[in-house]
Ligand binder design. Structure first.
Ligand code: PGA
Length: 269
């Protein structure tokens, strides 16, 4: 049985303000207690300093970034480097989110280079892969996911067990049209098989695979029940403390998750 610990990460996207962030983090800190899964929040980069302070003195919620530069430093106006993120206590970085692939034209190679930068700085990359609706309708899901994954594996395969892969079908993001959990599980197994073929069964067993795309408190448990789904990347629902807290609790009671101290009686029998 794998020892993979579940991860629930909140992608705030371009949302928030000093006041709203403070209220959200305060509510989250009260609501999540000491969760039995890893939890991260990924605010816009200008708020990382604020979040570092708001999250100080606790270990329940880690700090994540939404992107990082593929370069080490220098003349790259507007970019933020991995070492700068590290300065602010960032532990995770989302890389290659479909919104960046779509709106900023990020390529598979750029994504792979960003993953390499994150790993070199000791930041855990959460690499997003996933097909568009058109690609799914044309039967290209497997092809697209494998292509996106290949570049990452090619440059970073040696560190795949320090990498999180998020399967996020583009058509499920922000649409309320979540992917069927069985189908998400099927794609996860494709990803794990691909990692196994390239780097062996232990690497495939170690890599954490999370699902993203319209995850809510109502559907989260169905994803977490799949032994190959190791958590969730949550957009909209991560902006509401109640909803995000409920998703975290669903991960904590999922099969394979260690029972939180004092919560055994809440487990289904
Ligand atoms: P969503 O976003 O939960 O709002 O669908 C997920 C994501 O973009 O990571």
């Amino acid at each position: 049985m794998s020892e993979r610990k579940k991860l629930v990460a909140g992608n705030w996207k371009m949302n928030g303000s000093l006041a709203a962030n403070q209220a959200l983090v305060q509510a989250l800190r009260q609501g999540v207690g000491q969760p039995a899964c890893d939890v991260a929040v990924c605010p816009p980069s200008v708020y990382l300093g604020q979040l570092q302070q708001l999250l100080a003195g606790q270990t329940a919620i880690a700090l994540g970034a939404q992107d990082l530069s593929q370069h080490e430093g220098g003349a790259f106006t507007g970019d933020v480097s991995a070492t700068m993120l590290k300065d602010f206590g960032v532990r995770y970085a989302i890389v290659g989110h479909s919104e960046r692939r779509q709106h900023q034209g990020e390529t598979d190679l750029q994504v792979a280079l960003k993953v390499r930068r994150a790993l070199a700085a000791g930041i855990t990359p959460i690499v997003c892969v996933g097909e568009t609706l058109r690609e799914r309708e044309e039967g290209l899901t497997e092809f697209i996911v494998k292509r996106q994954l290949s570049a990452v594996l090619h440059l970073n395969g040696h560190a795949i067990n320090e990498t999180v892969v998020a399967y996020e079908p583009v058509w499920a993001i922000g649409t309320g049209r979540a992917c069927d959990p069985a189908e998400a599980g099927r794609v996860m197994r494709l990803i794990r098989q691909r990692v196994a073929a390239a780097f062996g069964a232990p690497a495939a067993d170690a890599v954490r695979l999370v699902y993203g795309g319209s995850v809510t408190p109502d559907n989260a448990a169905a994803y977490f029940a799949d032994p190959d789904i190791d958590g969730a990347l949550v957009g909209g629902a991560s902006l509401k403390a109640d909803a995000f807290g409920a998703i975290i609790r669903a991960a904590a009671v999922a099969p394979g998750a260690p029972a939180p101290a004092g919560a055994r009686k809440e487990q289904p029998t």
